[in-house]
Design a protein around this ligand. Structure first.
Ligand SMILES: [Zn+2]
Length: 238
């Protein structure tokens, strides 16, 4: 009959492998790469939104000026109609002409304002083009990093599945009560519950057993439960 402690030591080895694989999975450099890319993408998106909002403000201001110009042009047209309607009072005609001049001056001034606004839109458009290119590049990198991560995760997944399958097969042959005690002990002792006793030295804490304890153990049956007197882990005798 296979020694139960020997079997639990084999389970322990697989559990340690699974823990290491989980750790390797969490620490995959591709995760950091992806997180960095996500952060950069969020930044680019925020900058794009801000630039678009600034552009929309300028366009609204531009539209307002255009409306004002259209309004004044309508008034000029009205003045012109009156002017050509054939009134003969020179003072009225002069006043109308003066009004038309004033309105044209207003239009010129508004057109200058509009031009200024359009000039302000130009660098924003350039910025938006650059941001869009940056986003395409980052999206591209993120797609590749995601694929790289998936590949690494799958590789680890295969190893983990193999270890779990082997573990399940081992555990099926061990007394469930012993497995339960192993699990409890493992949680309490930082993941390691069973160690090999080699030359009187505990394979987990590396402390040498006292001569008395070592002698006592030697005389116990092969499958007797033995614990390290220092760390409390189950010991497997060679
Ligand atoms: Zn120990």
């Amino acid at each position: 009959m296979t020694n139960q402690w020997e079997q639990l030591l084999a389970v322990q080895t697989l559990d340690t492998t699974i823990t290491q694989l989980d750790h390797r999975d969490r620490q995959l450099p591709e995760r950091t790469v992806l997180a960095d890319l996500d952060a950069k993408l969020s930044e680019v998106r925020a900058e794009t939104a801000a630039a678009e909002a600034a552009k929309a403000d300028l366009q609204r201001a531009q539209k307002k000026i255009e409306d004002e110009i259209a309004d004044i042009e309508a008034k000029i047209e009205h003045d012109n109609e009156q002017l050509y309607a054939g009134g003969s009072d020179p003072s009225v005609l002069q006043s109308l002409q003066h009004e038309i001049e004033t309105r044209r001056g207003q239009i010129t001034s508004l057109e200058d304002d509009e031009l200024e606004l359009m000039e302000q839109v130009e660098p924003i458009d350039e910025q938006l083009t650059a941001l869009a290119a940056q986003q395409v590049q980052l999206d591209d990198q993120a797609i590749r990093a995601t694929a790289d991560l998936a590949t690494k995760e799958a590789e680890i997944g295969v190893e983990r599945d193999e270890a779990r399958t082997a573990r399940d097969a081992l555990v099926a042959d061990i007394d469930p009560e012993a497995v339960a005690r192993y699990e409890t002990s493992r949680k309490r002792l930082g993941g390691v519950a069973v160690a090999r006793l080699d030359g009187g030295v505990c394979g987990a804490c590396h402390m040498k057993l006292s001569a008395v304890e070592h002698d006592r153990i030697q005389h116990l049956p092969a499958d007797a439960e033995v614990e390290c007197e220092d760390c409390g882990r189950f010991l497997v005798r060679s």
